[in-house]
Write a protein that binds this ligand. Structure first.
Ligand code: SF4
Length: 240
């Protein structure tokens, strides 16, 4: 049996139909195809994108929480050299973790959280990062975003990611000029956009992050955007 998209459900189409006023299947296919093509050519290179080790993936997502990618890049190599396994991280003194995390800010708080997370995984899961959504979100400091990112990047389980990037891009492309689009409506689109193939899902998820940073940024660079011909935001703003 092939991999199942986590979070997809049989009501997706019903929910989507409630919200998809302009977004036709054609528009969804166009978005998915174009974004994947863009990602293949433009994805940024980060060391954590070259591993699928669950320990590294999960801890990296914690490090990236509300932190600039550039700052995390500075400590990433040293962190995993000093604490190569979940066991090492669980047994080491908090101060030692904090010292490595200093360039990220809030290092004491982060060190405390990471140690607690490692201890919990050791105690409850024998040191193995669980690969199911329910167990992941029960871990301390792991919310919906980190759980889904872990499923995609470490467990080969395709799912959508709802965050500031995907909210912004989907709102602009599918819903503009509607303001304050509800998460339910964004998720309905994301479930249809998310590739079912695990590798394509990774590419798509990284692509959304990078596309948000490089093209559909706070001030969107619509003139060079490969999605513009079907984008609601562009079609509304370029003719007004
Ligand atoms: S056309 Fe502009 S608003 Fe639309 S997806 Fe591209 S960059 Fe974002």
């Amino acid at each position: 049996m092939g991999p199942q998209a986590v979070g997809a459900n049989r009501d997706t189409k019903v929910v989507a139909d409630m919200y998809l006023n302009e977004a036709t299947k054609d528009k969804i296919d166009f978005f998915k195809r174009t974004l994947l093509k863009w990602a293949r050519a433009n994805l940024r290179d980060f060391p954590w994108r070259r591993t699928s080790d669950p320990y590294r993936v999960l801890i990296t997502e914690k490090l990236l929480q509300q932190t600039d990618f550039g700052h995390v890049r500075k400590v990433w190599g040293e962190f995993f050299q000093r604490f190569p396994t979940i066991e090492e991280l669980a047994k080491v003194a908090e101060d030692e973790i904090a010292t490595v995390l200093k360039p990220l800010g809030l290092w004491r708080q982060r060190a405390k959280q990471l140690k607690k997370l490692a201890e919990e995984i050791l105690a409850k899961h024998g040191g193995i990062i669980p690969c199911d959504y329910a167990s992941l979100v029960e871990l301390p400091g792991v919310g919906d975003y980190i759980a889904r990112a872990t499923l995609i990047f470490a467990c080969n389980k395709p799912t959508y990611i709802l965050d500031v990037n995907t909210r912004k891009i989907v709102s602009r492309f599918f819903y503009y000029p509607k303001q304050g689009v509800k998460d339910k409506a964004i998720i309905a689109i994301l479930e249809l956009l998310t590739p079912k193939d695990p590798e394509e899902c990774k590419l798509f998820s990284w692509g959304m992050i990078d596309f948000s940073a490089l093209i559909c940024s706070r001030r969107p660079r619509c003139s060079i955007c490969p999605l513009k011909e079907r984008c609601s935001y562009y079609l509304h703003t370029s003719t007004s």
